[in-house]
Write a protein that binds this ligand. Structure first.
Ligand code: TMO
Length: 316
């Protein structure tokens, strides 16, 4: 009996000393809470990173959450981190939370992002002058649906991605009506059916994404993005309105964390600092779900299995 206890004690001491789990005794065993949203690269990446943190000995929980409200939740410490802060869709909410305090910028992924109005390549033959937004606007009736006729339909993402598309349509005086899709998969279903019929469609899309491996297409070129476009009416071609520009064509993809994370889980914070994914890696994560139809957890396992050389050093 006494030997058994001693043996257990020795094993525990050895684990604590040599960090068999990677987590030192001072770190919290409260769960690190990772929010998940409604597009697949983010969900898979969240599980990839959650599994890495578990390998390092941390407890992890996932919680589905609105992709704008998450910045306020991180600030308050209700969730611990965010792995995909896209500049185009979330830059404003992220900046607002940074200004209030409680959330920190943990650096960029090695990726360049773009999120904007997009069309499949065959549309170019039907609407000369694309990808210029003025050409698109001249062709507006071609993009109409029974509900929007005679105006064109812009098929936007789910409302929580808050693209301010209606503001842009108003500021640029476009003959389009913004219709929000309920989900990312609804966007892809509409793209598939339009493509099969050769029907003009303009919809919200982004890169990196699995779509670019399957569909040739382009983003609409709006008046070029500049600082001030989204909050200063006097900026840009319309001197009275905001949002008279496209999204940044070379947007960032950042990681963010609750400012208490470093003190509570220092080793996990180091891992978050080190980790970074490329455009191709992010597109692969989405493709495991959107193309190969794995569920997000299995997709994360598959991704980790194929990419050990990418993540191994983050755990050291
Ligand atoms: C936030 N998103 C990548 C869907 O544009």
């Amino acid at each position: 009996m006494i030997f058994k206890i001693m043996k257990t004690f020795v094993v525990l001491v050895v684990m604590a000393t040599f960090g068999a789990t990677g987590v030192s005794a001072q770190e919290s065993d409260d769960p690190i809470i990772i929010p998940t949203h409604n597009w697949n690269s983010q969900i898979v990446m969240s599980h990839v990173v959650g599994k890495l943190l578990e390998k390092a000995g941390y407890n992890v929980e996932y919680t589905p959450m609105d992709s704008q409200e998450v910045y306020e939740s991180i600030r308050l410490g209700d969730v611990t981190l965010e792995l995909e802060v896209w500049e185009g869709t979330f830059g404003q909410s992220f900046n607002a939370a940074l200004e209030k305090g409680g959330i920190i910028d943990v650096g960029d992924h090695n990726a360049i992002t773009r999120e904007d109005w997009w069309y499949p390549a065959y549309v170019e033959e039907l609407c000369p002058g694309l990808p210029d937004w003025r050409a698109l606007n001249r062709c507006a009736p071609q993009f109409s649906t029974p509900k929007t006729s005679p105006k064109g339909r812009f098929l936007a993402g789910p409302v929580d991605w808050l693209q301010n598309d209606q503001e842009r349509v108003d500021a640029l005086g476009m003959d389009f009506i913004v219709v929000n899709a309920d989900s990312a998969s609804a966007l892809w279903a509409e793209l598939e059916s339009a493509s099969r019929g050769g029907v003009p469609i303009v919809l919200f899309n982004w890169t990196p994404n699995f779509i670019e491996a399957i569909h040739d297409g382009r983003f609409i070129e709006f008046p070029e993005y500049g600082k001030g476009c989204k909050d200063d009416p006097s900026w840009g071609p319309n001197k009275e309105k905001t949002h008279d520009c496209g999204n940044p064509p070379n947007g960032y993809l950042k990681k963010a964390a609750w400012e208490g994370m470093e003190e509570k889980w220092p080793g996990a914070y180091r891992i978050l600092e080190k980790l970074s994914f490329t455009n191709l890696e992010i597109a692969e994560m989405a493709a495991f779900v959107d193309v190969n139809r794995l569920d997000p957890e299995d997709a994360a396992d598959a991704w980790l299995h194929e990419n050990e050389r990418v993540w191994k050093s983050w755990l050291q």
